[in-house]
Design a protein around this ligand. Structure first.
Ligand code: SF4
Ligand code: SF4
Length: 399
C-alpha cells in the first residue's frame, strides 16, 4: 500500500518548484487543444497541485481538481522545457492517486474501467472474436513469452465507445454504460465490427510472423492472457494496481524473457512492476529488438515518423526509430524525440474533445511531411488514424 503522506510530500516537493514562467504553455498539447484553458496546461497542473496540497493540509478542500489532473496526457514533454525541472505529468500521476485515496475520483467511466480490469482482466470485456487471431498459430514450449497486454485487441472497442459517446452525448452515454455494466451487458453493448477486429488482429499476426522469421521461439498464454493493469496505474488506483499485478505476475513468473509489442506494456513491465514486486526479474524486451533486419526489405517510402510519448524522456527507447530508418527514408516533425507531440489517445475516454483536437493537430504536423505516416504504438495508431491513413511499424517491416 502506498502511503498517503508520502504522496502528499512528493506533491508538495514537485509543485513547489514551479516559478510560473509559462515556458511549458508552448509545448503542452492539452493547453492549446482545450482552447487555452489554464487548468489544462502544465503550469496550471503544477499550481493546482500546490493549492490541492495546501487545501488537504488545512482541511479546507472543496475544489474539484479531478479534470485538471485526469486530462493530463502523461507525455512529460513539459519537463523538457521547464527551467526548474517540474514534471507536471508526475504531479498529475500523484494527484490522481491522492484524489483516489480520498474517494474523490468522480468519473463513472473510470470506476467502470477499474471494475472491469479486476473482474475480466481487461478494461472492456473482449468478444471471442478478438481471440481468433492466434487460433491457427503454433507457439513453442519456451521460457520466452509473447505478452501482447491486449493493447492491439482493445483498440476496436475504444472506437465503439467513441462512437457511442458521440451518438448519445456524455450524460446519456454514462447512464447507458452504468446500466450495461450493472447488468453485465457491457460486452453486448460494445461490439466492434469484424473488419476492425481483423485490422488490429492482423498487426499481431504480422508481429508473430516477423518474430518467427527471425528464428525467435516463444510461448503465449492464449485466452488466459491478462491486461497488464496499466490503466489502474494511469488512473491513480495505485493500491489496486499493486494488488492486481500480483495475479499477472503469478501467470508470467516462470518465464525468463517477456516479449512486449506496445510501448505502454513495455514500460509498465520494465519500470513499474519491478518497483512493486521484488521478485519480478524476467528480461523485458521489445519485439523490434529481436527481429533480424538483414531479412527485411528496404522500401523506397518516405515516411513521417511519430514517436510515441512512452518511448521518450528518461525511458527512451530507440529501437522503433532504428528499424524505421533502416527500412525507409524517415522525416521527423519538429515535435519529435523528447519533445514529441502526443497522439491524444490517453484522453479519449474522459475528454474526447481534447483527444480529438490533439490527434488532429498531430496529424496535421505529420501529413505536411509525408502521406506515409508511421508509428509504433497501437494507441497512437488508433488515435492519429481518426484523421487519415496511418501505418504501424510492423506494416513497413512486412512489405
Ligand atoms: S515551465 Fe516549469 S516553472 Fe515554468 S510554469 Fe511551467 S511548470 Fe512552472
Ligand atoms: S505531461 Fe504533457 S499533457 Fe501533462 S502537463 Fe505535461 S505537457 Fe501537458
Amino acid at each position: 500500500m502506498i502511503d498517503f503522506n508520502d504522496l502528499l510530500n512528493e506533491l508538495k516537493a514537485e509543485s513547489s518548484k514551479c516559478i510560473s514562467c509559462g515556458f511549458c504553455d508552448s509545448v503542452c498539447p492539452t493547453y492549446k487543444n482545450s482552447g487555452y484553458d489554464m487548468a489544462r496546461t502544465a503550469r496550471g497542473r503544477a499550481q493546482s497541485g500546490l493549492v490541492m496540497f495546501n487545501g488537504i493540509i488545512s482541511n479546507d478542500f472543496n475544489l474539484n481538481f479531478s479534470d485538471t489532473f485526469y486530462s493530463c496526457l502523461d507525455c512529460h514533454v513539459c519537463l523538457q522545457v521547464c527551467p526548474t525541472g517540474v514534471d507536471a505529468g508526475r504531479i498529475s500521476d500523484i494527484s490522481r492517486m491522492i484524489l483516489n485515496k480520498m474517494n474523490l475520483t468522480k468519473r463513472d467511466e473510470v470506476k467502470l474501467i477499474v471494475k472491469n480490469i479486476k473482474m475480466y482482466k481487461s478494461p472492456i470485456p473482449l468478444n471471442i472474436k478478438s481471440y481468433r487471431w492466434f487460433s491457427d498459430i503454433e507457439f513453442d514450449d519456451s521460457d520466452t513469452l509473447l505478452y501482447t497486454g491486449l493493447m492491439y485487441q482493445l483498440m476496436p472497442y475504444t472506437e465503439v465507445i467513441e462512437k457511442l459517446k458521440r451518438r448519445f452525448g456524455n450524460d446519456l452515454f454514462k447512464r447507458l454504460i452504468n446500466i450495461a455494466s450493472r447488468h453485465n451487458y457491457l460486452s453486448r453493448l460494445v461490439i466492434p465490427e469484424d473488419r476492425k477486429i481483423d485490422y488490429y488482429s492482423n498487426k499481431l499476426r504480422l508481429i508473430v510472423r516477423a518474430l518467427k522469421n527471425s528464428g525467435v521461439r516463444f510461448d503465449f498464454l492464449g485466452y488466459n492472457e491478462p491486461y497488464p493493469g496499466t490503466l489502474l496505474y494511469d488512473y491513480g488506483f495505485i493500491d489496486d494496481f499493486i494488488e492486481y499485478i500480483k495475479n499477472v505476475y503469478n501467470l508470467i513468473k516462470d518465464y525468463k524473457k517477456i516479449i512486449t509489442v506496445d510501448p505502454h506494456t513495455y514500460n509498465i513491465l520494465k519500470y513499474e512492476y519491478k518497483k512493486y514486486i521484488k521478485d519480478f526479474n524476467p528480461e523485458i524486451v521489445y519485439y523490434l529488438d529481436l527481429l533480424k533486419t538483414d531479412k527485411m526489405k528496404r522500401t523506397d517510402l518516405k515516411i513521417a515518423f511519430h514517436d510515441p510519448c512512452n518511448f521518450n524522456g528518461d525511458r527512451r527507447y530507440k529501437g522503433a526509430r532504428d528499424i524505421a530508418e533502416s527500412l525507409a527514408m524517415v522525416i521527423y516533425p519538429d515535435r519529435s524525440g523528447d519533445k514529441t507531440f502526443c497522439c491524444g489517445g490517453p484522453d479519449e475516454l474522459l475528454f474526447p474533445e481534447i483527444s480529438k483536437n490533439v490527434s488532429e493537430d498531430r496529424y496535421n504536423q505529420l501529413i505536411k511531411l509525408s502521406k506515409n505516416i508511421v508509428t509504433s504504438c497501437p494507441i497512437c495508431l488508433y488515435s492519429i488514424s481518426r484523421n487519415g491513413n496511418v501505418m504501424d511499424i510492423i506494416d513497413i517491416i512486412s512489405f
